[in-house]
Design a binder for this molecule. Structure first.
Ligand code: NAP
Length: 318
């Protein structure tokens, strides 16, 4: 008997990469609430399932484009959150680009109607930061792929499971002195993870090709973000300015303490160069970080959020 691809009538599933992870979880929840059939492509099917079986887990097997394509056979919209945060002996941007191209090829072969792809603010093939240039290359590849797509460009996501904001709070809770990267005057434009999910779901309904900044309502200086978190936690701290080199040494020392990459060298320098800010861009999300931090002050930073732990122990929830 020959297997047949589902016809258009059955092609109604929404596939979310990493639905047991961070942004993918919020997106899957929104899609389920909207009555959609949701599947996830993941290499972590053993993480706790927040959807009580309502989201079918399928392998995100980058080594087998045919199997990946078969996993997408009944999918109308693919939402791609897959990426790696930094370079590491176990993963790289080159590999992440190759894997994403495989996923896009599988989507094209499966006849997926729409790809909603998460990129980064200021993605640019010419960027000196590999994260941003690799994302820029993927945006170009998507545009040339023949797929119908939307690109969403967030700067920083915040929410209960986030890493950057939580770990600033974690450091403020523990250390009497806080090291700012440089003068801390550079701006950041964070968006709440559920606003990001809403934007992704909205783009999943459209068939208009689009590249959209996914930014929250507040333009905040880094030093003001640190100050508002300290204020919400009721912590009076001494602030010192660190050169990028000194900041990296401090981050490496903290990394040893928590067995993680606390903040990478590229993250420090990109942050200081204002790469997580798009001057004059319209807000796409409504939740303000300053309000959220005050609301969450009892919880944020109580526990350190470790990127490497998420990568090595795939049976734990974020
Ligand atoms: N978080 C932010 O502040 C932020 C800011 C700007 C842009 N973004 C972009 O937003 C997207 C989603 O970010 P997120 O924070 O929500 O991500 P996430 O949930 O931590 O991860 C998303 C997906 O990528 C996979 N993944 C992550 N790191 C990996 C690694 N080192 N090796 C293999 N697979 C890996 C996860 O795998 P499993 O399913 O196996 O867990 C998951 O499927 C990404 O494209 C990111 O570049 C995020």
């Amino acid at each position: 008997m020959t297997e047949t691809m589902p016809g258009p009538a059955e092609k109604n599933a929404h596939a979310v990469t990493g639905a047991f992870g961070f942004s993918g979880k919020y997106l899957a929840r929104r899609l389920l609430d909207a009555g959609e059939r949701v599947v996830t492509l993941t290499n972590s099917p053993q993480r706790p399932d927040p959807f009580a079986g309502a989201v079918e887990a399928r392998p995100l097997d980058f080594g087998d484009v045919k199997a990946l394509s078969a996993s997408l056979a009944d999918v109308s919209v693919l939402y791609n959150t897959y990426w790696v945060r930094f370079k590491h002996p176990r993963f790289s941007y080159t590999q992440a680009v190759r894997n994403t191209l495989t996923l896009l090829e599988a989507a094209r072969a499966a006849g997926v109607e729409r790809v909603v792809h998460v990129s980064i603010a200021n993605a640019d093939t010419e960027s000196p930061w590999d994260y941003f240039s690799a994302k820029g290359h993927l945006e170009k590849a998507l545009a040339a792929s023949g797929l119908n797509y939307a690109v969403l460009r967030p700067a920083v996501l915040f929410g209960p499971e986030d890493i950057l904001i939580n770990n600033i709070a974690w450091a403020l809770r523990r250390f009497p002195v806080f090291g700012l990267f440089g003068d801390g005057e550079y701006f950041i434009r964070p968006i709440h993870v559920d606003d990001m999910a809403a934007l992704m779901a909205e783009q999943g309904k459209s068939r208009e090709i689009a590249t959209v900044n996914a930014l929250g309502p507040e333009d905040l200086r880094y030093k003001d973000i640190v100050a508002l978190i300290a204020d919400a936690l009721g912590k009076k701290r001494r602030y010192v300015r660190l050169s990028p080199k000194a900041a990296l040494m401090a981050c490496k020392a903290i990394g040893l303490l928590v067995d993680d990459v606390f903040v990478s060298e590229d993250e420090i320098t990109a942050l200081m160069a204002g790469m997580l800010h798009v001057p004059g861009a319209e807000a796409a999300g409504g939740a303000a970080l300053s309000t959220w931090v005050r609301e969450q002050s009892a919880d944020i930073g109580r526990v350190y959020h470790a990127e490497m732990d998420r990568r090595t122990d795939r049976s734990k929830a974020y």
